[in-house]
Write a protein that binds this ligand. Sequence first.
Ligand code: RFL
Ligand code: PHB
Length: 390
Amino acid sequence: MRTQVVIIGAGPSGLLLSQLLHLSGVDCVVLERRSPDYVLSRIRAGVLEQGMVEMLKRAGVADRMHKEGLPHDGFAISVGETRLRIDLKGLTGGKRVMVYGQTEVTKDLMDAHVARDAQVVYEAENVTPLDFDGDSPRVTYEKDGVTHEIACDFICGCDGFHGVSRAAVPEGAITEYEKVYPFGWLGILSYVKPVDHELIYANHANGFALASMRSHTLSRYYIQVPAGTDVNKWTDDAIWDELKIRLGEEAAAKIETGPSIEKSVAPLRSFVAEPLRFGRMMLAGDAGHIVPPTGAKGLNLAASDIHYLSTALIEYYGEKSSAGIDNYSQHALARIWKAERFSWWMTTLLHQFPELGAFNARMQQAEMDYLASSHAAQVSLAENYVGLPF
Ligand code: RFL
Ligand code: PHB
């Protein structure tokens, strides 16, 4: 079999790329290790930048998001009993974010693929990118015990942090930068009314907490827990009790509690691979970089990578120019490092780091005092949170 582009991974990066290439007449095949239900069962991001919202519109998959998504004009930072509202709209000249789950974005993209009978192979095993350092790359995989091979012009590695694409790059050709935090986020999803109409990020002596949502009736909460925490050690009641302490008295008085429908622990890490292009294979999304979720940037960075990558591929086939492909890594990485900085900064501001001692705690407090008193500091936070241009 032959196609123009093989995309490895049917997460948001892979499906968005496939959708945009299709709209410009570029042929592609998507190979995904898991089943559609498994992909949809992963509860992850909830906040979309305006740039991503516009991309989904261009991809023709924004109708349900515009009906069911919740535009947010601001969010709160709570430290002890003090709450600071960050007026995103006022501080950025009218920009806002959209609260709409990654699961819903993925479902909308999957539905669009089914509607146009796109080539997505689910439960593809042993997917292997080959010969991407030459002019004739190919990808092999197994399905139902049969081995298949697809010859192509380009391979796009959209297979997340644990995927095969980055792992297939020879060691000497890639540099990896990594910071692993000594904690993770324990997340809980529950059919209860959100505690507030906007998100609340809290730094409490017991640790970070986040009150988020998926709709007016479905809430998503997180608490900082030590790295390696076993999710089964936390009962729902214990999580709600801890949230009431960390989010402060005002929230505790209003919070609605209920049974969890999903509960998981996510480790926190910052990671960047350089470069993102290896001959005829390009990495995009979590395959190339990871941010801690504090700044709500992971999914949005995947979208901006896909913007650069889809534009480059469409230009290659339309104008017979490889300039976009040649510059992909440099363009994408310039934005990635800025989002890494912001996510690291927000993580550093809002989590407890007892191992770093009293001086660090005072620096955190001074940073927070500065943020509360400085319009310039708030503008900087807001312009990063709504998303830098791409
Ligand atoms: P994904 O979503 O991991 O998809 C990769 C796909 O590749 C498949 N795959 C393979 N397929 C074939 N062969 C192989 N060998 C394969 N290996 C893997 C996988 O099965 C999967 O389907 O990566 P992608 O598409 O790059 O998307 C990235 C986002 O998922 C991620 O950045 C965000 O979820 C991060 N994130 C957040 N981002 C935001 O922008 N805003 C947020 O509010 C936000 N909150 C979060 C988050 C991530 C979290 N976790 C769990 C890490 C909150 C959390 C808790
Ligand atoms: C979420 O709702 O899952 C969420 C929201 C904001 C973040 C991270 C996760 O910064």
